[in-house]
Each structure stands twice: as structure tokens, then as C-alpha cells.
Write a protein that binds this ligand. Sequence first.
Ligand code: NAP
Length: 280
Amino acid sequence: MRLSGATRVAGVVGRPIVHSMSPILHNAWLAAAGIDGVYVPFSTEPGRFRAFAESLRGGSVAGLNVTLPFKGEALALADEATFRAASAQAANVLVFREDGTILADNTDGLGMLGAFAEQAPGFDAAAGPVVILGAGGAARGAAAAFVEAGCPQVRIVNRTLLKAQEIAEPLGAVALSLNEAAAAFEGAVAVVNATSAGLSGSAALDVPLEATPPGAVVMDMVYKPLKTPFLAQAEGLGRRTVDGLAMLIGQAVPSFEYFYGRPPPKDVDVRALAIAALGL
Ligand code: NAP
């Protein structure tokens, strides 16, 4: 990598940040496209995030991806937010414009829809109800993306019903508790696991996927392991599946466009790079 006085700088901020895949993806794309740019990780103390982001106003850094625990704070400090970020109540992208203003977006939902397009070709979010399992930040972004994509009914199913109700209400979605999952699955065109259950070392989510229609597409946002027990169960039932790594790469694509002004090159196998880096 050659840096110059004109190198365009972007990065990712979070705490912890050491396991972030984003520097691997973005720097591989930058190298392949021959862009004079760099993408770096920033680990900021929680109490200093706002001061850090404010200091970048004016475009000394083109933009930042934002990860845990700063997504809510990132949205709050921006001057303008997309519908997606406002609905998700969280931003994973901050763009520092030269006029000093900050735009917040949330590309997690776009990444999820991109993953469906890639791994379940022909999937139509507007064709029927969608079920989201979980009611954390990822579920909120997913619900907003499905609403924006024209889904006729988003059903949010969570262990803690109150959290599902909080997300569902502003989006006009339906909230159900985890023990109502079978009813929620009826007629669904997609089921998305947006809980953290199934992460390496944690217990798998126990839901009756057999209650989904045969044509339903099943997605897991968890990508370590790549084939989670949840996806294995869905595959065993003959359902089409979508994995969390495709979403991770999918959210990075519009981020790259924001930071470097063009789409990432298509001829780099960033999935293989991520699989190697994650030891999957
Ligand atoms: P979060 O805010 O901590 O929310 C976690 C959710 O999981 C809550 O709804 C929680 O339910 C539920 N949950 C946890 N353990 C459970 C269990 N054993 N049984 C049932 N429900 C359980 O987390 P998040 O930020 O939304 O992230 C959720 C997952 O998505 C994480 O695994 C994260 O790595 C993944 N993710 C992936 C991508 C990607 O690009 N692939 C992007 C974003 C997030 P309660 O409300 O009842 O506690």
C-alpha cells in the first residue's frame, strides 16, 4: 500500500475493535481498485466517542463505520439521518462532509437485503410476512429495511416481549413472544435470526422452523460459525438459507461507496478473505 498527501482516509470505530472484519474488506477493495485510500480501525474509550467524531467534522476523515457500543450515539450527533438510520435508531455509517455537517446512515439492513438477493435469488420481501427473531439493534435495522422494502407485515418475535413491542410500535410491525414463534412462522416468506443465540459457544435458538412454509427463506445474522445450528436445521427441512457473512459484506458495499465515491470492485473474493481471517 502506498500512501500520499492525497490519500483518502476512512475507518471503523468501536470498542472492542480488534476483531472487526471491515479493515480487511475495505483495504482489499482499495488495493484491487488502485484507489489512493486507506481504511483504519479506531478504538475509542466510550466516554470520548462523541468528542472523537466531532473532531472529524469537515472531512479530514471521509467517513466512519460505527460498531458496538456507539451506534446510537453516532445517530444522535449527526445533523442529518437517512430513514433507515432514523427507523433503526442506530447508525453504522457517518459521512463527514466538507461543509462540516455529518450524515448518518444504517447500511446493516441493506446488507441483509443484499445477502438475500445474492444467496436466495428471486426472493421478494414484498411477497408476504417476514419474521424477525430478536429485538436488539440488529433486529431494529432489519425490521426497518423490510418495511422500506415494502414487506406487508413484519413480525418481531423476542424472548422479552416488551422489547419487541418497543421496536414494533413505531414501524407498524407486530410483536410476539418467543413461545408464539410457530404462529408467527405461518405464511412467512422469510425468517431472520437477529438474536445472538447460536454464536460459537452459545446455545442454539430453539424454534419450530418446521412451521415455516416450504418456500420460506431462512437467514441467520450470526456468521461464526458460518453454518449455524439454526441454518443447519433450516437446510435439513429443505428451506433456502442465507448466511450472516453475506450480510457483513453487504453492509460494507454502500459504506465503501460513501467513503471512496465508487462501488467496490467485483473481482476480489472478499468472502474468501473473511472466511480465512475468521478461521471458518
Ligand atoms: P443485542 O442488541 O445484544 O440483541 C440481542 C438479542 O438476542 C435480544 O433480542 C435478546 O433477547 C436475544 N437473545 C440473546 N440470547 C438469546 C437466547 N438464548 N434465546 C433467545 N433470544 C436471545 O444484539 P444485536 O446487536 O442486535 O446483534 C444480534 C446478533 O446479530 C449478534 O449475533 C450480532 O453478531 C449479529 N449481527 C450480525 C451482523 C452481520 O453483518 N452479519 C450485523 C449486526 C449484528 P432479549 O431481548 O430477550 O434479551
